[in-house]
Design a protein around this ligand. Structure first.
Ligand SMILES: Nc1ncnc2c1ncn2[C@@H]1O[C@H](COP(=O)(O)OP(=O)(O)OP(=O)(O)O)[C@@H](O)[C@H]1O
Length: 232
């Protein structure tokens, strides 16, 4: 395997336990690769299953069939069948996930929220804070906000703190779930630059982006997920 992520016939059916066990087949035959240094963008209409595919790769949603193999610390792990302990290890050292919303812990300063992934990876406090500050500055979060908890920030400010937290780590795989959704043009351009830098650092990315212009700028390949739709 040369790819960083290899999906083979992954499938997902939701079972609605509170509705008498109704089965909702969402997709099957999900098959594609993501190589180091490329950004694959998932496309398709609302409800087609884009977010579900990201969540399957991140191990949030269990697959009902197929394999999702990721390169993890020199070995291969099938996240479709991995134990929770292994999934946590993959998240610590291999896969980062940038969602649209920040899950801010109350009373933790923005700079610490952003620096945390580096501190967890063993980077010194001084370096982690320096890198966090530099990223916040690039994303136009003024220094006066750095020591404040982001729970009181505007939606767009919170999203930028979240982006900084997601992009700060040196993980080899990054999943981006609408990272530019509520950003203005200047900050969208910063995110486009950050994605380009990750490509140069050989990071493999899978993204969902609704903005046509951003999609065009970051996508090396588009995958239309409607081809994986399961017959209802
Ligand atoms: N946890 C869940 N339980 C039940 N059904 C779910 C769950 N998550 C997703 N689905 C269903 O799976 C389908 C695909 O949803 P998904 O969020 O992956 O689509 P999407 O392409 O990302 O849509 P959007 O562009 O609107 O975000 C939808 O019909 C949705 O209702």
């Amino acid at each position: 395997m040369t790819a960083m992520i290899e999906l083979r016939n992954a499938e997902k059916t939701f079972v609605m336990h509170l509705q008498g066990g109704i089965r909702l087949p969402v997709m099957h035959g999900v098959t594609f690769d993501v190589n180091a240094g490329e950004c694959v963008v998932l496309s398709g209409p609302s409800g087609a299953g884009k977010s579900s595919i990201l969540k399957m790769i991140f191990g949030n949603y269990r697959c009902d069939g197929g394999t999702i193999t990721v390169r993890h610390l020199g070995t291969f792990v099938d996240v479709a069948s991995a134990e929770p302990r292994q999934i946590l290890s993959v998240r610590r050292d291999t896969i980062g996930y940038v969602s649209q919303f920040l899950r801010a812990v109350p009373r933790v300063a923005a700079i610490d929220v952003v620096a945390e992934p580096l501190l967890n990876a063993g980077v010194s406090r001084e370096e982690a804070h320096a890198r966090a500050g530099a990223l916040l500055k690039r994303l136009n979060i003024g220094e006066r906000l750095w020591q404040l908890p982001p729970s009181t920030f505007s939606g767009g400010e919170q999203q930028r703190v979240n982006i900084a937290r997601g992009f700060i780590s040196d993980l080899p795989i990054l999943l981006l779930d609408e990272p530019t959704a509520s950003l203005d043009a200047a900050n969208r351009a910063v995110v486009v630059d950050l994605v380009a830098e990750k490509k140069r650092a050989d990071v493999a990315m899978v993204a969902i982006v609704h903005d046509d212009e951003v999609r065009h700028l970051i996508a090396d390949r588009l995958i239309d997920v409607t081809s994986f739709a399961a017959a209802a």
